[in-house]
Design a binder for this molecule. Structure first.
Ligand code: MG
Length: 393
């Protein structure tokens, strides 16, 4: 890995396991953790890393809907998914087979159930590839080690010197690891391979130790999830914001609500696209981080916002939220009008808002109410919206 220009690194996330040991009826990589799916957190860790060019996820064929939900925010760098095989090694090989040399010279293979992988750990594995054929994240064993016999009684101690607990990511040259696993498949040995490092060593590759991180835990049991929730919650700061907006009806043939255009006998008047739903939400986000309101950031006197897609305002507010160190825990929008009917469009609106905010659709609520024909909404003079958000940081 000498010529920096020729290095292209892809992350291969292995998410094809059933992983039901953690309890519940969802494979563990799709369980919610701190308001987001485990796989979503894992993906975003790699998407945010500047040296990762592509991400490919290997999934189980039964999990398509769950997968779509986990990637509904369209993470950067994500390639189309690959369906896995009967065991982990087969799934890895299928993923490797879906990557081509234009996309990657090297690949970091990572367990979907390790959502806390840090940029430092990813860097350590990439650095390890400069001096070895392969490199794997690991941490030195700190507890004392002892063998036990089949009766469950301790026998001799094991020196913990130079003993490591293996983690992922594990990094390889794409061509080499693919050849090794392809040969193992041809020899009928794929099912015996529990670990890519062992396969690489058996083929004569050197595998370097890369400094892992104790927090890069693999979520396996219900207790692991409890600990992970506690880890996430310990330092968390919670912010809440609300927003409210009104636009009057005017001549027109459609309204834009929560990013969705709905045919209607009237339009909404406003400087931008007059999307009351997104305006209320934008104000709620700005309010939660005490950063003013939508009018201060996007003055209605500024001609550049004439007819603007309000997604621009929402994206800007989301950037400020993330810059301030927060993520959305959940948001809830209420549209207040007699007509048009919101119900048939609510699911599309949720998906659109989730996409603009780059969050899971499960964190997004869009609902509607009338005012029993009372007041300006009841007289169909305009549409109002209110929004509430909670942020965790
Ligand atoms: Mg407005």
């Amino acid at each position: 890995m000498n010529d920096e220009d020729d290095i292209k690194i892809a992350a291969l996330i292995v998410a094809a396991g059933r992983g039901l040991r953690a309890g519940g009826d969802l494979p563990k990589q799709y369980r919610m953790l701190g308001g987001r799916r485990v796989l979503t957190r894992t993906l975003d860790a790699f998407a945010a890393h500047p040296k990762i060019e592509h991400i490919l996820v290997v999934i189980h064929p039964d999990d398509l809907d769950l997968y779509e939900s986990a990637v509904s925010h369209a993470p950067a760098k994500l390639l189309p998914h690959t369906i896995g095989g009967a065991n982990r090694a087969e799934s890895v090989l299928k993923g490797l087979g879906a990557l081509n040399a234009d996309q990657a010279t090297h690949v970091l293979i990572h367990d979907a159930a390790r959502p806390f992988v840090s940029a430092a750990t990813i860097n350590a594995v990439i650095d390890g590839l400069t001096t070895n054929d392969a490199a794997a994240a690991a941490i030195p064993a700190t507890d004392s080690m002892r063998m036990a016999d089949s009766a469950g009684e301790f026998v001799q101690p094991v020196s913990r010197e130079n003993v490591y607990r293996m983690q992922t990511p594990q990094g390889f040259r794409l061509r080499q690891i693919r050849e090794i696993l392809t040969s193992a498949e041809a020899a009928g040995r794929l099912a015996d391979l529990t670990d890519d490092v062992s396969a690489a060593q058996a083929a004569g590759l050197t595998v370097g130790v890369a400094k892992g991180d104790p927090s890069n835990i693999k979520l396996t049991t219900a207790e692991d999830f409890e600990m992970a929730e506690a880890l996430l919650n310990t330092p968390s700061k919670i912010r809440v914001g609300t927003g409210f907006d009104v636009h009057a009806f005017a001549e027109g043939d459609h309204v834009t609500l929560c990013g969705v255009s709905i045919p209607h006998s009237k339009g909404l008047s406003g400087h931008s696209d007059a999307d009351v739903g997104l305006h209320a939400l934008t104000d709620a986000l700005l309010g939660a981080i005490a950063s003013g309101d939508i009018g201060q950031h996007f003055p209605p006197t500024d001609p550049q916002w004439a007819g603007a897609d309000s997604a621009i305002f929402l994206e800007h507010a989301m950037k400020l939220v993330r810059d301030a160190g927060y993520e959305i825990s959940n948001l809830d929008i209420t549209l207040i009008c007699e007509r048009p009917k919101i119900g048939p469009h609510a699911a599309t609106m949720r998906a659109r808002v989730a996409k603009i905010c780059a969050i899971d659709i499960e964190a997004v609520s869009v609902k509607a109410t009338t005012t029993e024909r009372l007041g300006f909404c009841g007289r169909e003079e305009g549409i109002a919206a209110q929004a509430a958000v909670s942020l965790i940081g």
